[in-house]
Design a protein around this ligand. Structure first.
Ligand SMILES: Cc1cc2nc3c(=O)[nH]c(=O)nc-3n(C[C@H](O)[C@H](O)[C@H](O)COP(=O)(O)O)c2cc1C
Length: 237
């Protein structure tokens, strides 16, 4: 008999510990192969947090926490809300530093999370509790380090800092479900990369993955990596 039969044939009047009102708890060997449709509020399935530094036209520096970012070769693709100051600055200046915080930055990041560098906070963001903050460096307790090829500075406390120039961008495509998407997709080129010595193997360009603990954003919760499970056949170190 398959174990489904075991569940169905239960005659015990006590609540079955393998069932819950909100869903069904099944033995591990069964539950991993069963799925149902769902409608999450957001598809943040788990990506590293990045903090973008950008310069305003008056030279003042803004920080934008974000996580819709991925790398391919020397390009990074960034998804940014058109209602953010980071978006406006990147469009105006074509320059950005993609700073990658590690697990120790979760609290500092959450201090700047409910803020925007936009003086006029968009109404929908104000309703969510966002407020204007000019000096996000001070609020986070972070310090600036000058960049070598772009104007916005790097964040000293972030173990990886990527100086980038904008190559192109395009608007998100309107759909029936979302006729006015509020974000834009940017392709930037890494023109200079920096890493803390402590996360690099001495005298190499290889990252010591036992020491690099990226801050991950998973359905609006913060995590980092655990033990290494294996290595790719092309891993350099
Ligand atoms: C962990 C985290 C991830 C986020 N990811 C994104 C993202 O990928 N794209 C985006 O536009 N906003 C993202 N946000 C929201 C922005 O940080 C928020 O809109 C902020 O006000 C932008 O700041 P700015 O207006 O000063 O640029 C994220 C926020 C947090 C805390």
């Amino acid at each position: 008999m398959c174990s489904f039969g075991t569940l169905r044939s239960s005659t015990n009047l006590e609540p079955d510990p393998r069932r819950q009102t909100a869903g069904q708890i099944l033995p591990p060997q069964m539950s991993h192969s069963i799925s149902r449709s769902f409608s999450p509020s957001i598809f943040y399935f788990g990506t590293p947090v990045a903090v973008l530094s950008t310069s305003n036209h008056d030279g003042w520096v803004n920080l934008t926490p974000m996580s819709s970012a991925w790398a391919l070769g020397d390009r990074i693709i960034l998804g940014l809300s058109v209602h953010s100051q980071g978006y406006s600055n990147l469009v105006q200046t074509g320059e950005v530093v993609v700073n990658l915080p590690d697990a120790s930055a979760a609290e500092a990041l959450e201090r700047i999370a409910p803020t925007t560098g936009a003086r006029e906070v968009p109404a929908h963001k104000a309703a969510m509790g966002y407020r204007f903050e000019r000096d996000k460096f001070a609020l986070a307790g972070w310090s600036e380090v000058p960049s070598s090829k772009v104007r916005p500075p790097r964040i000293a406390q972030c173990p990886i800092q990527l100086e980038c120039r904008l190559l192109q961008s395009h608007a998100a495509k309107p759909t029936d479900a979302d006729p006015e998407p509020g974000f834009r997709i940017f392709e930037v080129e890494v023109v200079q990369a920096h890493a803390h010595e402590k996360i690099l193997w001495p005298a190499t360009d290889h990252v010591n993955t036992e020491r690099w603990k990226p801050l991950l954003y998973v359905f609006r919760h913060y995590f980092s990596t655990g033990d290494r499970l294996g290595r790719n056949f092309r891993a350099a170190a």
